[in-house]
Design a protein around this ligand. Structure first.
Ligand code: ADP
Length: 730
């Protein structure tokens, strides 16, 4: 179907698409149009990676907006929100407005009411529904990207419940669900009352195969010699072979450490293939990477990038990730070794994909578990760049003849698994039952059952009794902890229950925080509060490594009086969890004591992205704790606020006033403080030369800072920086 034949879409769209090089719809896109996606029909599109799902969503959303509606695009990862926004923003020239909702979970995002297309994660949408965002009722089209993730035990239930709520609120809502190829797309279509496009079409051929010994065995029976050199690893031989054909390779491995080691190893393979111009451009990118942060990860990444290879994992800062993705798309990087996060959405096609590790650590007693067929197919689907490569090729690696057969059976000749709802798990139900009652979607036990009947779980199971049993035990928990009140069949949220739901807390986290704060006899210390929030289920704890047990047991004894709530004995089962929380709390305490980022990442064996993630979570949980302290009339709200501000900025107490000024981070605040500028008032009255000296002579920064602190004449014209020893009033 030619784009000029599209009806029911805004009149500017066909020409716009033409400008983007899209003249003919891909077959699954044409099927979607025939199924009525531009006319408001709900649709499930189960199509392979890189087969143009985004355009299906764009057709639905722009047509819906043209009819006077409003569209919501739900992304699975925050990192993808920015990428999607950039794509949709090309519609702004035609008068559409696009907004991304990120940030705090406790606001109602009122400004989004003026947007035609809104991009958000499912957690954010869930929180907007809980906070009664007024524009939710105006939605006419919702798109769920990567909807097969309803199968994810941790985040799936939120997507599932959110879609059910949106559909309950807006009965005519068009639902467009985009999915990788899965075993049972019909059930998703059934659940969402949607038409189904189930296709295996790809814009570029994909050859799947397995490498073993000296040969690549492809699924069509073709074999091809690789010529692995003495002492060479298979991955290196494949990368070398791809390079000989001027192609790039994406290597999937099972841990961050492996991703880093593999990139380092592969530099010796790719380095010789770089031209002088590529070297120069890579050196510039390496410099940008080093500028992002001065951690070991940053340095390692820059070193590898200089030699044409890179690693990519969730421990990287988002700026690092973007630089790597862009350089790979620009074909400057010849190989990227990645953990599976890269397979989930980010658009980074390459000639060849190598799935080096098909098992991952399961966390259970050091065991390994095989990846799902769905995951492996998604990784493989990254192979082949339409218009650039003749075809894509994806390879698994076998170490023996038996493994060669096993890999063909397990992944190449096997359909992806069916997706299954994970809603009947306790933590998911605990959270969503409270939110469903608190935000008015159900007011009784029978109302809850009716609501749950709209979920995928209900569509999928004939075991209704199980959900009901878990529901009843979770309702008992919510009533016992004063989040819900029960009167016969009726259920109402208490004031505490409403607050917890709006704060987006797991009720179990809230119960732990309330209990800890209520048990404090004196003003809690920052470490005590960091530990309190670190042991809630909303914070992922750091793992205890060998040797950690003794170290943190000692720290536990040294700070015994500071912990809130009961401290378990060393013989209790929960001791290990409690110690892991202490490790997390110590890391937050180091950060709030102004330790260097690189010292912290080394000490705790984590990446800078992990540190950021933990700090953000702690900040969110402490602001929730502050609200709960207020709600319960406890006197510790100021202590909690202080701990939150310290962890948010990574500063000691004396810098709190200064670090609140926009443009003054932890390092600048410390340097200003050392010159004697200790407060905002000092900053307003300080000699400009002293301010400029403390800010290392950066005129623009100094002017911004002075403007932000409210100085009437922030100009630094003609000001020379004073030496860092100068003190105000000297
Ligand atoms: P998916 O979401 O299915 O993984 P994308 O929507 O990211 O895939 O599409 C992959 C690429 O294909 C994008 O670069 C997109 O611009 C391009 N594309 C999509 N539809 C067409 C089309 N009909 N003709 C040409 N290119 C297309």
């Amino acid at each position: 179907m030619n784009v000029s034949e599209l009806s029911a879409v805004p009149e500017w769209l066909p020409e716009h698409l033409g400008g983007e090089g899209i003249e003919e719809l891909y077959p699954p896109q044409a099927e979607a149009v025939e199924a009525g996606v531009t006319e408001g029909e709900s649709l499930v599109a189960s199509v392979p990676t890189a087969s143009g799902k985004t355009l299906i969503a764009e057709l639905a959303m722009t047509a819906s907006v043209a009819r006077g509606g409003k569209a919501l695009y739900i992304v699975p990862l925050r990192a993808l929100a920015g990428e999607k926004r950039a794509e949709f923003e090309t519609f702004e020239q035609y008068g559409l407005t696009v907004g991304v909702s990120t940030g705090n979970y406790d606001s109602d995002g009122e400004w989004l009411a003026t947007c035609d297309i809104i991009v958000a994660t499912s957690e954010k949408v869930d929180s907007l529904v809980r906070n009664d965002a007024p524009w939710i009722d105006q939605l006419s089209c919702v798109v769920a990207d990567e909807v097969h993730l309803v199968d994810d035990g941790h985040r799936g239930p939120t997507l599932e419940v959110t879609l059910a709520k949106l559909r309950q609120r807006n009965p005519g809502l068009q639902t467009v669900a985009l999915s990788a190829t899965i075993g049972n797309p019909e059930i998703l279509a059934d659940w969402l009352d949607a038409e189904l496009v189930d296709s295996t079409w790809r814009p570029i051929d994909l050859k799947k195969g397995v490498h073993f010994g000296q040969a690549i065995h492809l699924e069509d029976g073709e074999q091809h010699e690789l010529g692995v050199r003495d002492g060479e690893k298979p991955t290196a031989a494949i990368v070398r072979d791809t390079l000989a054909d001027e192609g790039s390779t994406l290597v999937f491995v099972n841990s961050r450490r492996n991703a880093e080691a593999e990139a380092r190893r592969l530099t010796s393979t790719v380095e010789g293939a770089l031209t002088a111009d590529e070297r120069d451009r890579l050196a510039d990118i390496a410099a940008e990477i080093r500028d992002v942060s001065d951690t070991e990860t940053s340095a390692d990444l820059a070193d590898a990038v200089e030699e044409g290879a890179a690693f990519h994992h969730a421990g990287l800062a988002s700026d690092h990730r973007e630089l790597v993705e862009e350089a790979f798309r620009d074909r400057l990087l010849k190989v990227v070794s990645a953990t599976p996060t890269l397979a989930a959405g980010v658009n980074t096609p390459s000639r060849r994909v190598v799935v080096r590790d098909w098992r991952r650590y399961s966390g259970e007693a050091g065991g390994m578990e095989p990846l799902s067929v769905l995951e492996v197919h998604q990784m493989c689907g990254r192979a082949g760049r339409p218009g650039l490569d003749p075809y894509g090729e994806s390879l698994l690696l076998a170490k023996s003849h038996d493994e060669l057969d096993e890999l063909f059976d397990r992944y190449i000749w096997t359909e992806p698994e069916p997706v299954r709802s994970k809603l009947a798990a306790e933590p998911a139900l605990r959270t969503h039952l409270l939110a469903t009652v608190a935000s008015g979607f159900a007011g009784s036990r029978s109302g809850l059952l009716e609501f749950l009947d709209r979920t995928l779980y209900a569509t999928q199971t004939d075991e209704g009794g199980r959900l009901e049993r878990v529901m009843d035990s979770m309702l008992d928990y919510l009533v016992a902890n004063d989040f819900l009140e029960r009167d016969g069949d009726d259920l109402t949220a208490t004031s505490l229950g409403h607050t917890v739901s709006r704060l987006y807390l797991d009720p179990m986290s809230a119960a732990e925080i309330v209990d800890g704060l209520e048990s404090a006899d004196e003003r809690p210390t920052a470490l005590g509060l960091f530990h309190l929030v670190s042991r809630t289920p909303d914070m992922y704890e750091l793992y205890l490594r060998s040797g950690d047990r003794e170290e943190y047991t000692m720290i536990a004894h040294e700070h015994e009086t500071e912990f809130l709530g009961s401290v378990p004995s060393e013989f209790e089962e929960r001791w290990d969890d409690w110690l892991s929380a202490l490790k997390t709390a110590s890391m937050l305490d180091d950060w709030a004591s102004e330790l260097d980022e690189s010292t912290i990442t080394d000490r705790y064996g984590i990446g800078p992205g992990d540190l950021r993630g933990k700090v953000d979570t702690a900040e969110w949980l402490l602001s929730a704790a502050e609200r709960l302290a207020g709600e319960l009339g406890l006197e510790w709200a100021p202590a909690v606020r202080e701990a939150r501000t310290r962890v948010a900025h990574g500063i000691r107490t004396e810098l709190i006033d200064l670090a609140g000024v926009r443009g003054v981070g932890r390092k600048r605040a410390r340097r200003l403080f050392e010159t004697g500028i200790e407060t905002r008032a000092d900053l307003r009255n300080a000699e400009k030369s002293v301010v400029l000296g403390a800010l290392r002579g950066r005129t623009k920064t100094a002017e911004n800072v002075l403007e932000n602190v409210g100085r009437s004449d922030p100009s630094m014209d003609g000001v020379e920086p004073a030496g860092s020893v100068a003190v105000v009033g000297d």
